[in-house]
Design a protein around this ligand. Structure first.
Ligand SMILES: O=C(O)[C@H](O)COP(=O)(O)O
Ligand SMILES: [Mn+2]
Ligand SMILES: [Mn+2]
Length: 579
């Protein structure tokens, strides 16, 4: 140990826990030279809570949020905003809005990793995607079988991108695929509601082009992403079953001759129709025979790069012992994911592009340094503060040190129906964990801004934000009572902007009927970060020399607040200690 460091640590500092040398070679984090251990750190992630123009379309501004307001107004040296979109979280461009996967990855891992969207872009650009073991595996079925492509039809860039699907279709047909069937999930969540028509039209054109080249290419089934297939964290297996029935068995309550006919008819039948909740349908020929059930000898690719909402289908497609619903018929197929979605479960076992290797996350460091962690959210966000936070890794690092609590989310509703969601229960569980004194870190995700924001219902989103604010208060009160420290931040924007705006004037854009266009998606807005609590050492403040700080700077900040230095290759901490 350097003499200067030793003298600083004599007396008041706790013993130095260890030393980090080469990345990965030593898990022990050195003690911080000025900040001591022993305080509970509460980490609150407000999902979908950005900083934006304070007008009537900013649900957070409209909402009564005294706790979050006081953090912002209270102490300028303890509040700032940080980047949560684009390259700051490993996405291809500044136009890419943030999302929970990349946001929580960056928060937990403390470094910026090239994310799925970018990795697929380069694997397609270099052609590497078509030379790997995953592609060879599906290619084996091209001569005698059908290639099924299942995924989100959108250019949201959160779970998938249409240009990648186009490149995949082209690449597959030029490498021998003779018969292709598309199983689409309509979006309206990462892109404007109603755009499914445009995407389906484009897809029909692209399929027609393939047919001109002699490929038997057509749409086989469809459904809205939130109602069909794309559930997550096992909240509701019925969603995946609906997809299975349409995609694999070729059965659905609605049958149409084309995708456009399907959308037009379903919309005409139901004035409340929206892209996210489109019912499942199959495409049939004139005899009513479905265009593309999945059968023995076929190849299947799930073309979403993002993990959370594909894992359940991946399990249904890959696991021999699967008991979540009756699959009725389990075809012998060659299945590959666009990426491997779960590194711990190695699921799916075959994939086209290697996922980012997110290693040495803060969670793993904490476990190795014997810190005790409590993490909690409700089902729809549970994996965010655990799986995503830990670098897309399921499970605990150390069951003796970590407690992960999942509160069951409401099922089968859109969250504007119950916008408070489980925020108060999450707040209570976190409060109890803090008061118990058993944990060094208590981490939660409060989902309201995001989950209600995605419904496009402004009034309900306001109510949701108020509930989240109450939960923050509960947690901050417990921090106060126990002399702890808090760090409150968010993973990306959503509720702070509920309308599509003219980029030049900032005014809401109108649709062809003169109605304001509602924005259901995330945004590119920065997010707030606030620190405080009685345990925060005097002199701790946000540095002013990191104006472009982003989510990846938070992990080192947490380590400092817990009394440790961060690993040298982590993005720098946002705080400094002045005397
Ligand atoms: O999956 C979703 O719900 C949206 O596409 C993205 O939202 P999230 O990134 O906040 O989960
Ligand atoms: Mn999120
Ligand atoms: Mn979201």
């Amino acid at each position: 140990m350097a003499p200067s460091l030793m003298s600083r640590c004599m007396g008041s500092c706790l013993p130095r826990v260890g030393r980090h040398t080469e990345p990965g070679s030593d898990w022990m984090l050195p003690a911080h030279s000025k900040l001591t251990r022993g305080k509970t750190l509460a980490v609150v992630v407000l999902d979908g809570w950005g900083e934006q123009i304070p007008d009537q379309y900013n649900a957070i501004h409209v909402a009564n949020t005294p706790t979050m307001d006081s953090l912002k107004k209270g102490a300028p040296e303890h509040w700032r905003s940080i980047r949560a979109h684009g390259p700051a979280v490993g996405l291809p461009t500044e136009e890419d809005m943030g999302n929970s996967e990349v946001g929580h990855n960056a928060l937990g891992a403390g470094r910026i990793f090239e994310q799925g969207a970018k990795l697929v872009d380069s694997a397609l650009a270099t052609g590497k995607l078509f030379y790997g073991a995953g592609f060879q595996y599906i290619q084996e079925c091209f001569t005698n079988g059908t290639l099924h492509l299942i995924g989100l039809l959108s250019d949201g860039g959160v779970h998938s991108r249409y240009d990648q699907l186009q490149a995949l279709m082209k690449g597959c047909t030029s490498r021998g695929a003779k018969k292709i069937r598309l199983h689409i999930l309509t979006d309206g969540r990462d892109v404007l509601d109603g755009t499914s028509f445009t995407f389906v039209e484009q897809l029909e054109k692209d399929l027609e082009e393939l047919r001109q080249q002699g490929v038997d290419a057509s749409l086989a089934s469809g459904g809205g992403r939130m109602h069909v297939t794309m559930d997550r964290y096992e909240n509701d297996w019925n969603v995946v079953k609906r997809g299975w029935d349409a995609q694999v068995l070729g059965e659905a309550p609605h049958k149409f001759k084309s995708g456009i006919e399907a959308l037009m008819q379903l919309k005409a039948d139901n004035p409340k129709f929206n892209d996210q909740y489109c019912p499942p349908f199959v495409i049939v020929d004139k005899n009513g025979k479905s265009a593309g059930p999945i059968v023995d000898g076929d190849a299947v690719v799930t073309f979403n790069f993002r993990a959370d909402r594909m894992i359940m289908l991946a399990k249904a497609l890959e696991y021999a012992n699967f008991d979540k619903f009756d699959r009725v018929r389990v075809p012998k197929i060659h299945y590959a994911g666009m990426l491997q979605y779960d590194g711990e479960l190695k699921l799916p076992s075959k994939y086209l592009v290697s996922p980012p290797e997110i290693d040495r996350t803060s969670g793993e460091y904490f476990a190795k340094n014997r810190l005790r962690t409590f993490a909690c959210s409700e089902t729809v966000k549970f994996g965010h503060v655990t799986f995503f936070w830990n670098g897309n890794r399921s499970g605990l690092f150390d069951s003796k040190l970590e407690t992960y609590v999942e509160i069951q989310s409401d099922q089968g509703i859109t969250f504007n129906e119950k916008p408070g969601m489980k925020a108060l229960q999450i707040g209570e569980r976190a409060r109890d964990a803090i008061l118990s004194g058993k944990y060094d870190q208590v981490r939660v995700n409060l989902p309201n801004g995001d989950m209600v924001g995605h419904t496009g219902d402004i009034k309900a989103t306001v109510v949701g934000c108020e509930a989240a604010d109450k939960a923050v208060k509960m947690i901050l009160d417990a921090v106060k009572e126990t002399g702890g420290i808090y760090l409150v931040t968010a993973d990306h924007g959503n509720a702070e902007d509920m309308v599509k705006r003219n980029p030049k004037t900032g005014q809401p854009l109108l649709d062809k009927n003169g109605k304001i266009q509602i924005l259901t998606s995330h945004t590119c807005a920065p997010v707030p970060i606030a620190i405080g609590g009685p345990g925060l050492a005097p002199g701790v403040r946000f540095r002013t020399d990191l104006p472009h700080g982003g989510l990846a700077n938070v992990a080192a900040t947490m380590m400092n607040l817990l009394g440790f230095q961060a690993p040298s290759d982590y993005e720098p901490s946002l705080i400094e200690v002045v005397s």
